[in-house]
Design a protein around this ligand. Structure first.
Ligand code: PMP
Length: 398
């Protein structure tokens, strides 16, 4: 018997999202695949206190249904924070809480896209966004990334070719998967293009607070004068992912549409965890936590850079991120990183990564790979990259 599923359930796709590339590894294997935050850095005692406080002080009302947009106090705290760090002029009325950034991606897609609509993504693009957008069956167009963000000339050429484009999706800060950050000039110009060609920008920035040098750039949303940019973020990478709280900033009709889709989706996310996070934000210095967190990840980031310089063959290019969790490696044309992972890296060298095919809507780019260093120690990074360096040399020679 075959169970008849919807077309959108493509069972072959989600190997990267389901964590397959980190599963079933031997004890001494090194995984550069998982993009999870490192749980050794979770502020567990403070978070436990914040949850206890919510339960102790919330009373009966804590367990009632609440505003679909989320806890007003937490929304006000987030509005104040993104105004200060990203130049977004938002109040709590513009902020919506979601079940992780992932639900934000899904809800925004549902709000904006009809089947077949043109969507432009960066090449490469975060696979979780592709998974969420796929539900709306869009027509994808990919515009390559450069060292300072998306190639705007190519973007404009694509817009001329597909003038009905509805949505452009970008991760402008320490992008997943490349680590690339979009320049301020490109942010400004991108909003001008959105105004000219009448499309919506989805600015997904869960890594914005994880810059290891300098100060954060203004958000794309900062330059938005027409309410066509949705800013999306999450607590997953800066505090803990387990509470599943993400948030977005939107205006006007977009905001009203998102609210309607959220009602259909979940009648509002779990209010108890939102109350706990509001307590955490009130009782703790999130900026101080970020300083500590960034010290840890910075050390891993530098260890990865050193290992890349030591072990990666000359024929390979690597991005130069200054924050986040990732480096992107480009091999000569003809090398297939999916095959290399399956045949050599994982089974023989005991080292994993995520192959580039996962980061393209048509799964048609095969000579790249994403390295994540968030979950590995400097010693593991050195050991893993020594192995991967040999694997890549072999792959190039073949
Ligand atoms: N966007 C990007 C760019 C991400 O890297 C992630 C997590 N990998 C998410 C969204 C979603 O994360 P979460 O649902 O945990 O907030």
């Amino acid at each position: 018997m075959t169970i008849r599923l919807a077309k959108r359930v493509n069972l072959a796709v989600p190997s990267a999202m389901s964590g397959l590339y980190s599963a079933n590894l031997s004890a001494d294997a090194v995984s550069f695949a998982a993009g999870q935050p490192n749980e050794r850095y979770f502020p567990t005692p403070a978070m436990t206190r914040a949850i206890d406080q919510a339960l102790a002080q919330g009373g009966q009302h804590l367990f009632q249904y609440h505003d679909v947009l989320g806890n007003p106090e937490l929304r006000a705290q987030l509005a104040a924070r993104i105004a200060r760090t990203g130049g977004v002029s938002a109040t709590q009325d513009n902020v919506v809480l979601t079940v992780g950034g992932q639900q934000g991606l899904e809800v925004i897609a549902k709000t904006v896209l009809n089947p077949g609509d043109d969507v432009i993504v960066e090449g490469p693009c975060y696979f979780g966004a592709l998974g969420a957008f796929d539900l709306c069956e869009p027509t994808y167009h990919t515009v390559p990334l450069q060292a300072d963000g998306v190639d705007l000339e190519q973007l404009e050429a694509t817009l001329k070719q597909y003038p009905e484009t509805k949505l452009f999706y970008t991760v402008p800060d320490y992008q997943n998967p490349t680590g690339v950050t979009m320049s301020v000039a490109k942010r400004q110009r991108l909003v001008a293009l959105a105004n000219q060609y009448d499309f919506i920008i989805l600015e997904d920035s869960p890594y914005r607070d994880l810059g290891y040098t300098g100060t954060p750039l203004p958000t794309i949303k900062h330059f938005d004068t027409q309410g066509r940019v949705v800013f999306l973020s999450s607590f997953s990478k800066i505090l803990v992912p387990g509470l599943r709280v993400g948030w977005l900033v939107a205006d006007g009709d977009l905001l009203a549409g998102i609210q309607k889709m959220l009602l259909a989706s979940n009648l509002g996310a779990a209010s108890v965890v939102q109350e706990a996070l509001a307590n955490y934000m009130k009782e703790n210095d999130l900026d101080a936590h970020m300083v500590e967190l960034k010290n840890h990840y910075h050390e891993q980031h530098d260890a990865m850079m050193a290992a890349i310089q030591k072990y990666v063959p000359d024929a390979v290019t690597v991005t130069h991120p200054t924050g986040g969790f990732y480096y992107w490696v480009t091999l000569p044309q003809g090398v297939d990183t999916t095959a290399v992972l399956a045949n050599i890296a994982a089974p023989q060298a005991h080292v994993t990564y995520i192959p580039s095919a996962n980061f393209y809507p048509q799964h048609d780019v095969h000579n790249g790979l994403r390295l994540s260093y968030s979950g590995v120690t400097p010693a593991q990074i050195d050991a893993g990259m020594r192995r991967l360096g040999r694997v890549l040399e072999t792959a190039i020679r073949r």
